[in-house]
Design a protein around this ligand. Structure first.
Ligand code: ADP
Ligand code: ASP
Ligand code: MG
Length: 815
């Protein structure tokens, strides 16, 4: 004999009920079966809602009642032939009885737990009736038995305790002489020994099925629901979660106790005693293999962690005080007090100092618990031996479960470091001596992020999700988005990096999608996005609270650079091609580096020097491996190279600069390049990365511009002065030409001193043949004293800069 239980969704529509009937008819061909059904999906909640409204003298209870009525009548009429008027009449009579009960509650405006149970029992009574009628009409040998006549409990309404002696005897006796191929039982509902209607607690239909399966020593118990098994984490919150093929009873129990709603926690115990396996299956996808929970399965050699579950709305209560130390009996009194108040303690941690006891309970129980404890310890509190109980709200428990965790070292370390890296603060930790479960208490706001972080760390086989927020979609930003779009599939398949762009903004508009922007028509969508400010953008990134978040600055804007600190403080990584932060005052630069270390948030800016060339990374590797830089000689301005490679006695200086700007080789303000400021910033960054503390003012800037060029107060005026001073530039050119030299704008760093300026480079010098927008950097170090380490290649341009940013992002992914 098999016992099958179908949940609310499975019987939530005529379509799904048809599916249930197919499954049942298939089974019934080979052996008799018992089918336990829940109320139609959502009806239990509606019954409770209508009762609450009626109790509060709110006439809207009638509207809710009507919804309940409609739902049932609709299902019935869709499944039963018009000729079958008895079924409809029966249902109407039952619904009328429900209406009378609600009217009664409204009249006396009172809803006791006892009446609540009477009220919610309608859900299962109605659904089981409908299903039985449909099966009958289709010619099945079916009978319905009211479980209230079988399952006998105490009078603890809304969550009654089963009297197994009477219940088992009832079930065994009832089924001893039945020969129906299908027996339908309503789940969840029961009666007390005094004959009052009781229920087994929310989600209790699973338990009904387990009680029946155990009493009859069924071959197996099948829980049919709306997901294909017990997942590695709640699939509604963790997209990458997947069904667990096999679980031990203990693992299933831990997972369900800590919130995996797919199985009502008390369900496991009765069947465990008889070794009856539980199959969790999906009504909407019956072919899927689902989860098998049994003793057969020992996972000695398989994965250590099996699943993650969580409980929302937890409060942490702490009882503390010097008067507790070394004095026995405090815990006993504390937990007795809670037991008397029927407060369920979900988790306990006690420091070995015995100075405090900390425990987690449901938020619903706070008032009750706080009052009772303060009363029970009133004396000690008055004498200042202990403090009044401390309550922290808005917390949640996240638990990692696996029988085998005890045999592996480092599981908790891995768990805590994954959470820490993502700035998830752990308020309390509990690990049972059996080590089947490590529980952490965290802020309610962090639940989704924590589940996904832990899931990625333990269940995704090196998969890593990166959540990217890009500010600035000019030339470079646009290329970056396109490159990401192009490479996404490759990254996922080859590097196991799931790169998602969650937010995009320019200076005016911003768009977001927490499941990842599709990047199709992103420009158009950004155009129609919401109003952007830097602060709002930050707030949104914070609110999404996604793991591995990366803020990418693709602007040249100082206000954006000023935001890095706030991002790093949230443990959000920063990737920037914007040089302003790293070339700002030393204190700010050092502070950002410090925050990056402190909050475990990478701060990468490879593109600050040489665009996509690996200049900073190479330098960092030299230093990290113990080398010391003695000198740096470099040509670092793609824009100035372009200008001086194209300027001669046949062209005009003004026109060449204009062209460089039009082709995207200069900063938006060309004065930053021409004045040498941009190059000075770059050599400053290299000097700092080499370990020399200096500021921009310390760099000698030998400008080749005229005073008028330098004094111009706008880009427009600047161009005008270039026209006026054409002579000056032609003279410079003539001088270099006469010596057979090439002009290069050179940055130098020697023994703690740095300077930048235009230099006449003779034939044969490594800089002489530098073409187009190429950059070159020569590092002279202790290991490279005569022949420098040289890095050379395109050092400007949207594509290479974008690819440099992209590499920084991937570097974070590989970390
Ligand atoms: P039923 O009405 O069939 O009893 P429930 O709503 O009680 O269904 O339980 C199924 C739901 O449990 C799923 O839809 C899912 O949202 C939730 N759930 C939470 N944690 C898990 C988990 N680890 N695995 C599967 N489902 C889970
Ligand atoms: N209908 C009840 C509830 O919603 C019992 C169940 O579905 O298991 O809690
Ligand atoms: Mg359920």
């Amino acid at each position: 004999m098999n016992v099958l239980k179908f949940g609310g969704t499975s019987v939530g529509s005529s379509e799904n009920i048809n599916q249930v009937i197919n499954i049942l008819e298939n089974y019934a061909k080979t052996e008799p079966l018992i089918c336990v059904v829940s109320a139609v999906g959502g009806i239990t909640n509606k019954l409770l809602k209508s009762g609450e409204l009626a109790q509060n003298k709110d006439e809207r209870y009638i509207t809710v009642f009507k919804e309940i009525r409609e739902a049932h009548l609709n299902i019935l009429s869709e499944l039963i032939s018009d000729q079958n008027s008895t079924a409809k009449e029966y249902l109407e009579t039952k619904l009328q009885a429900l209406k009378s009960l609600l009217d009664g509650i409204y009249l006396i405006n009172e809803l006791s737990p006892k009446t609540t149970d009477k009220l919610v029992s309608f859900g299962e009574l109605l659904s089981s009736y409908i299903i039985t009628e449909v099966l009958k009409e289709r010619g099945n040998n079916v009978i319905r038995k009211n479980s209230q006549e079988l399952i006998i409990t105490d009078s603890n309404f809304t969550k009654a305790e089963v009297n197994f002696d009477i219940t088992n005897a009832n079930i065994q006796s009832y089924f001893s002489d039945k020969n129906q191929s299908i027996t339908i039982l309503p789940g969840f509902i029961s009666k007390s020994e005094n004959g009052e209607q009781t229920t087994l607690g929310r989600g209790g239909s699973d338990f009904t099925a387990a009680i029946v399966a155990a009493a009859l020593k069924a071959t197996r118990l099948e829980i049919w629901t709306d997901v294909s098994g017990m997942y590695t984490a709640n699939p509604k919150l963790v997209k990458q979660a997947y069904p667990i093929k096999n679980l031990s009873y203990q693992e299933a129990m831990e997972l369900s106790h800590f919130g995996a709603k797919v199985l009502y926690p008390p369900t496991v115990q009765p069947v465990l005693d008889y070794n009856i396996p539980i199959h969790i299956k999906n009504t909407l996808e019956p072919e899927a293999s689902g989860t098998v929970i049994s003793n057969e399965y020992t996972n000695a050699k398989t994965t250590v962690a099996r699943g993650i579950s969580h409980i929302d709305n937890i409060s942490l209560l702490t009882l503390q005080g010097n008067g507790m130390v070394g004095i026995p009996g405090f815990s006993k009194r504390l937990f007795e007090t809670l037991a008397i108040e029927k407060v369920n303690v979900i988790l306990i941690t006690q420091a070995s100092s015995e100075h405090s006891i900390c425990f987690g309970i449901s938020e619903d129980d706070i008032v009750k618990a706080e009052k009772a404890i303060n009363l029970a310890f009133a004396n000690e509190i008055a004498l200042h031996k202990i403090d009044p109980i401390l309550v922290e709200k808005n917390l949640a428990i996240v638990a990692l479960v696996g029988d085998n965790m005890k045999n592996h070292q480092g599981v908790s370390g891995k768990l805590f470091s994954a959470l820490g890296k993502n700035n998830i603060n752990i308020r309390a930790i509990a690990q049972g001596a059996s080590e089947k479960n490590i529980s952490t208490v965290i802020s309610q706001n962090d639940v989704k992020k924590a589940l996904n972080t832990i899931h990625e760390r333990f269940f995704e086989d090196q998969n890593k999700q990166l959540n990217v927020f890009i500010t600035g979609v000019g030339n470079v930003g646009e290329r970056l988005v396109e490159q990401i779009k192009q490479q996404r599939k490759f990254l996922k398949e080859q590097l196991k990096i799931n790169l998602r762009v969650i937010g995009l903004s320019d200076s005016r508009k911003m768009i977001f999608d927490d499941s990842g922007l599709s990047l199709k028509n992103w420009k158009e969508r950004l155009e129609n996005g919401e109003q952007a400010t830097l602060q709002d953008f930050l707030e949104r990134v914070k609110t999404f609270n996604l793991r591995n978040s990366i803020f990418v600055d693709v602007t040249a804007n100082e206000s954006v650079a000023n935001m890095y600190e706030a991002y790093l403080r949230e443990s959000i990584a920063v990737v920037a091609c914007n040089k302003i932060a790293c070339s700002s005052n030393l204190e700010n630069y050092q502070n950002l580096k410090y925050l990056s270390r402190k909050y475990n948030a990478p701060f990468l800016y490879e593109t600050n020097v040489g665009a996509g060339l690996p200049v900073i990374d190479t330098l960092n590797n030299l230093i990290a491996s113990g080398d010391r830089v003695t000198s740096i000689q470099a040509v670092l301005s793609g824009s100035l190279n372009f200008v001086f490679n194209n300027f001669n006695d046949q062209t005009k200086f003004h026109d060449v600069v204009k062209q460089a700007q039009a082709e995207g080789y200069t900063e938006p303000d060309p004065r930053i390049d021409l004045s040498g400021v941009d190059v000075a910033r770059k050599i400053l960054i290299l000097a700092r990365e080499s370990g020399t503390d200096m500021n921009l003012e310390d760099i000698q800037n030998n400008s080749f511009l005229t005073k008028a060029n330098l004094d111009s107060d706008s880009v427009h005026n600047f161009y005008q002065t270039l026209i006026d001073d054409e002579d000056h530039f032609q003279k410079l050119y003539a001088s270099a030409k006469s010596k057979n030299c090439q002009f290069k704008y050179v940055a130098e760093f020697n023994n703690g001193q740095a300077q930048v300026g235009l230099k006449e480079i003779p034939v044969g010098h490594p800089f002489y043949n530098l073409e187009g927008k190429d950059n070159i950097v020569m590092f002279y170090t202790q290991r490279y004293p005569e022949q420098p380490m040289i890095i050379k290649g395109a050092g400007a341009g949207a594509d290479v800069t974008a690819s440099g940013l992209f590499s920084d992002i991937i570097r974070i992914g590989n970390n």
